[in-house]
Ligand binder design. Structure first.
Ligand code: PLP
Length: 214
């Protein structure tokens, strides 16, 4: 049962780790089952689904945008989104800042860092992340709260652990000059225990709660 999956996961992670229940592709009825079990933080990876679900479901849900975000779609989520995990360019951050200002909001964001071996995954390298962080000082309607990363999709735990450790190391380094950094979003259904061992403060778990996606 979905609510039992949630309880099992929560009982295995400390209170200091935030669980984002990734509800992408799942119907509102499944989300409400998790909601009634007490969960209030949910993540979606498509703007259209995020906006539709936020409209239909209880207003005390904190909605996280966890997927790749295109600049031209920021306006649809700017009124309500609680955290954007995938900031991967200054252009995108500037658009979030502009749309946040139009909504009289400050939107919390994470910089997505490229940590995986795969070429295709989005994200910034260290030099780019520092550039975006510096530029963000001038943007009054966004706040960079931390970093997000996705490990290589492999059964080799040593590879995954090393990638997570690298993200934690970069986080610690950037924190020395950016004290507002608090969140390391890393770990999904298959690797969240490894991620937490490497210092994750926020895990994004979908299939381990909701069951596999088609
Ligand atoms: C789908 C998704 C997740 C959750 O994946 P599961 O393997 O189902 O836990 C986490 N993060 C991102 C960015 C995703 O797109």
């Amino acid at each position: 049962m979905i609510s039992e999956n949630l309880k099992n996961i929560l009982s295995n992670i400390s209170d200091e780790v935030t669980l984002v229940a990734v509800s992408k592709t799942k119907p509102n009825s499944a989300i409400m089952e998790v909601y009634h079990a007490g969960q209030r933080v949910f993540g979606e990876n498509k703007v259209q689904d995020l906006a539709a679900k936020a409209e239909a479901l209880p207003k005390d849900i904190q909605w996280h945008m966890i997927g790749h975000l295109q600049s031209n779609k920021v306006k649809y989520i700017a009124p309500f989104v609680a955290l954007i995990h995938g900031i991967d360019s200054l252009k995108l951050l500037k658009e979030v800042n502009k749309r946040a200002a139009q909504n009289n909001r400050v939107i919390d964001c994470l910089l997505q860092i490229h940590i995986a071996e795969e070429e295709t995954k989005f994200g910034l390298n260290e030099v780019e992340a520092i550039q975006v962080l510096n530029a963000a000082d001038e943007l009054k309607n966004v706040c960079i709260k931390g970093l997000m990363g996705m490990a290589t999709n492999t059964a080799d735990e040593s590879v995954v652990s090393k990638e997570f450790a690298g993200l934690k190391q970069l986080f610690t380094k950037l924190q020395t000059t950016n004290s507002q950094l608090k969140i390391i979003s890393m770990g999904m259904s298959s690797d969240y225990p490894l991620a937490i061992r490497q210092g994750s403060t926020m895990v994004r778990v979908g299939s381990a709660i909701f069951g596999s996606r088609n």
